[in-house]
Each structure stands twice: as structure tokens, then as C-alpha cells.
Write a protein that binds this ligand. Sequence first.
Ligand code: PLP
Length: 386
Amino acid sequence: MIYADYNGSAPICEDVKEYFIKRLQDGPFANPNSIHRLGTKVLTAMENSRAICAKILGAKYTQIIFNSGATEGITQVFHSVLDSAKEDGKNFVITSGIEHSAVINCAKFYENKGYTHKVVPTLGNGVIDLKQLKEWMQEFKGRIALVSIMAANNETGVIQPFEEIATLCTSDNVPFLCDTTQFIGKCEFNFQKSNIDYAVTSGHKFGALTGTGMLLAKHPAKLHPLVIGGGQEKGIRGGTQNYLGYETLAVALNSFQNNGADKYIALKEKKLVFEAEIKKRFPQVVILGEEAPRVCSTTYIAYPGIHGQAVQIELESADIFVTTSSACSDNEPVTSKVLRAMGVNDEVGRGVVRISLGHCSPLESYDEILEALTNAYEKLGKIKSY
Ligand code: PLP
């Protein structure tokens, strides 16, 4: 079996598995906010995990807020920043057309509350149009409440110029939320050096337990709680902390720091060989975002005229799990909004499958995927879907 949907959710990494099994056997279990000895032990372990996460991500210890993941972090930032910005004359929200729905739907929510939502266009290579963003930053100077643009795209893996955007926003005093969900745990990241105001993560994207994550905030005191509760996480996120889950964030990030770089360099090299070979076999194949910098282990590939879902089913019958990422309407696959933003036509857009590997993937997976994909394209090419 080859699991190739890491961008959807990564398997729990080996170090986390080992740690967690032992942790469940040995305990202790208690409320980290209880003052007895067991509570203190649990609190110490949780705070130690926070310190490890902060160190690996280049943040201050106080800048890390544990939560359930990226969707929660994004929503909290939108609510914190936009609850009152309009009253200060700041009524523009800028996002891009390739953001995750967790961002897009927050922007829409505030559009309905009277904010003007501007969507930065995307170039054909999958990178946002920085020139347009710069122009809008000038045109709407003093009236921009929030810029929210991602670090790496979940479909194409294309890396965005987020550090440049952070510099622009910082010099204009505009809060910048960067959705780093697909970047952290795959690439080196330093929160303080990046100059980002808010960054978000989901543990299940990098080998920790699902339902865990972090919001990184340059100035945490500016955040309003979404969940009020009893003052946990310094009043920023109420409710008894999922301390076992948060410990796994530190273990997974530590594992990435110790072994990640070598593994990801090797995966990237192997991915490029795989992509070159499949294109040699099928010159009509398109790899989306190929010309731009991409995270090491994502290939978004289409054979024009063959439905991505048909390819996905063929691969699944060979025990290889990929995804298509194109939404389905009335049983007709439609080109995803990310690809539409890139100007990709339906012939290609309906054909995509996303192959995303990661920390647990043997390099040979690419050899097996190459053969299975070759078989699928040969078979389906004879009975083209559209
Ligand atoms: N942002 C990006 C880029 C993602 O890929 C995802 C998940 O796929 C999210 C946000 C939301 O993450 P979660 O569902 O873990 O909250």
C-alpha cells in the first residue's frame, strides 16, 4: 500500500507513535490547570512541548497558542482583527484566489458584514501576482484591515512569496495572516525572521495527532478568544487543553528537525526524476505549478482528456491512495478554484490527481507510482473520458 495523500492528512510519524504508546502506558493524566502534583507534572510536560515548538519554529514561547488546528487559528485571527477594524476606517480585506476555504469563507463572512474583499490574481505558474498586491497596498493605504495569503498551496504545493508580503505589510502596519498549514513540517520556518503577524498549523499535516495545532501570534495580546472558557492559554483559548495531543506536536516537529531535511531533499530529487520520466512516457501530461518553487513532495498532474477520478480509481485498485482535489457537481468533475485562479482550462483541470508523499514514504514509492500511473494512462488513454 502506498499512501500518497499527505497534503490531505499525514500518517502519525514513527517517533510520535512510539512516544504516544509509552505516554499512554506511563501517564500521568490530569488537568494541567490543577494545582496538585500530577496536574503540575502534566502542565510541565505541556509547557515543555510549547518551548520545543517555539524553538523549532523560531518563535517566542509566549507566541504559541495551542488549539485544534489551522481552521480554528484562521477563524480566530479574522474575528480578532476584523471585529472592530471597520470602526477605525479600515474596511479592506485582501486574500488570494488560491486560499483554502478556511480563509475564503472567513473573508466572505466579513464581506457580508460590510468589508470589501479584494482577491489577488494568480499567475499561470501558481504564484500570486505580487505586483497587483503591491499596487493595492498603495491604492488602499491606511484602509486595509487584513492581508491573508498562504505560504504553500495545498493542491499544487507552490510556495508563495510570503516573506516579501510580510515585509510589505509590516512597513505599512497592516496585519498579515499567513496560512502556513502546508509549509510547516515540510520546509524550514522561522516565525520571527519571517515577520508574519499570525501563522497557523495543523498537527495532522506533519505527523502529530489530528485535532491539534498552533496559532503563532507576534502580539498574542491582540487576539480575542473564540472559546471564552476559564482563562486557559492565557485567556486566548478557553477549555482544558488537549495536553497529550500538544505533546505530539513537539515530538513530530522534533522528528522533522532531526530527520526532515535529508528525507525531504531525497524525496524532492526522486520526485523530479519521477516527473521527468512520466513526461517522457506521456509528453501531453501537464504538471501544475512546475515552473514555480514547490514543496518537496507534491505533484499535481493531469493527462488532458482523462478524468482525474478515473485515474484515482485505477491507482486505488493498485493500492495507491491519491486524491483528485476537484469538487464534483452533479457528478461532473469541475476544475478546482485553485486551478481556475491559475487560468487552467477544464480539459486539464478535470484531469488532475494530487500525489503527495512525506516523512514516512519510502523513496521507492515513486517507482511504484510511476508504473501504476503509466498503466492507468495507457488504459484510460484508449477510452478518453471527454
Ligand atoms: N489551510 C490549508 C492550506 C490546508 O491545506 C488545510 C487543510 O487541508 C487547512 C487550512 C485547514 O486545516 P484543518 O482542517 O486541519 O483545520
